[in-house]
Design a protein around this ligand. Structure first.
Ligand code: FE2
Length: 361
């Protein structure tokens, strides 16, 4: 479903919108789960906007009892077991979380290896309650800036923002500012990226360098909206470019890159569409001035486990392609995993990964 051209587009713009990426059945599963959690919070006298900032984390929002062990944050089998308690009836989000969405998201990350598997890094519902325009908008940000400072900028993470309602200007959709576009200093022609960055460091450098050329966004969001409404359609996917050609056309010092700013893009798409966002692409969201809830679901995937400078996990690190991983692991590996958790998370009741990685859209 994701073509090489779409991959190049993602690295060029820092994001990619895939309309109708999820089928009706999967959208229905996520909607039902979102509604269960929303109803639970409302019945518990929790104000979703003022108390939770519109962010609902399925496992830690209080809907289920805190898991007894923390091993679930790094094991697909354990995570699935815990996660099943959130989903009602015969529904399961496991296929969506570990197969359907990461199959697409992984095409925008460096190729996974045994040491650096594609991992579920975080998941949350992002809800804007009806008529909440004054409290439900979010300012311009890059998702990578929410990461633990020790891990910031060191791990490729892709956010998969899934619209569960048709989203538009009125109900609080996203505004995304594409990466500034670099030019070849000699020819003046645009330089486009390859489809895949095999090397994680080159990937990180490319995304970070482009983002370093952002100029300040308009102070008034209305200005940004007008720019978005008057911009030409997004460019089609760039033509194939060899990695060597792309990188050799740009000065070694990224400060010397000559980049062209792009007008923001207003995301107006039907339910089931996914916006894939680089950790470095700048975006904000608008308030919900409609009379209905606006629901989105956003899992995030990392290339490898995201760890701090001392080696502790920053958030979830659930390998998506774990095949009986636990059974294959020896006792020594288990002990190492337990140590990793003891160092950074303490007891189960202290588990609160929301503070470190809370995103807002
Ligand atoms: Fe965000």
């Amino acid at each position: 479903m994701i073509t090489k051209g779409m991959q190049r587009q993602f690295h060029r713009d820092g994001f990619l919108v895939v309309p109708n990426a999820l089928g009706q059945k999967d959208v229905g599963i996520l909607r039902r789960e979102a509604d269960n959690l929303i109803n639970y919070l409302i019945s518990s006298d929790i104000n979703i906007m003022t108390d939770y900032g519109g962010i609902i984390e399925p496992i830690t929002c209080g809907y289920i009892d805190p898991p007894m062990s923390q091993m679930f944050i790094m094991s697909k089998k354990s995570y699935s077991h815990v996660r099943h308690q959130v989903t009602e009836g015969g529904d399961t989000v496991i296929d969506i979380l570990f197969e359907i969405v990461p199959e697409m998201a992984s095409t925008f990350l460096p190729q996974e290896s045994e040491d650096e598997p594609i991992c579920l890094f975080n998941e949350q519902y992002i809800v804007k309650t009806p008529d909440s325009a004054s409290t439900s908008s979010f300012e311009w940000h890059q998702d990578a800036q929410y990461m633990d400072t020790g891990a910031q900028g060191k791990f490729p993470v892709v956010s998969c923002w899934i619209a569960l309602d048709n989203v538009n200007l009125a109900n609080g959709t996203l505004l995304v500012e594409p990466f500034p576009r670099p030019k070849d200093a000699r020819t003046g022609g645009h330089v486009d990226p390859p489809a895949l960055f095999q090397d994680r460091d080159v990937y990180l450098q490319y995304h970070r360098n482009l983002a370093s050329h952002y100029v300040n966004p308009p102070a008034n969001k209305m200005t940004a909206i007008m720019k978005a409404q008057n911009r030409p359609p997004l460019l089609p996917p760039p033509a194939p470019t060899a990695m060597s050609v792309a990188m050799d056309s740009l000065p070694t010092n990224p400060k010397e890159w000559v980049c062209e700013s792009q007008a923001p893009v207003l995301v107006e798409v039907p339910a089931g569409s996914i916006v894939f966002l680089s950790g470095w692409v700048r975006h904000c969201s608008l308030g919900n001035s409609s009379s209905k809830f606006r629901r989105a679901f956003m899992p995030q995937y990392s290339a490898g486990k995201v760890v701090t400078e001392t080696g502790g996990l920053v958030s979830l690190a659930v390998p998506c392609n774990e095949h009986d991983h636990e059974r294959e692991k020896g006792d020594d590996q288990y002990r190492e995993d337990e140590d990793l958790l003891d160092d950074d998370f303490g007891r189960a009741e202290e588990l609160d990964f929301g503070e470190d990685i809370e995103m807002d859209d």
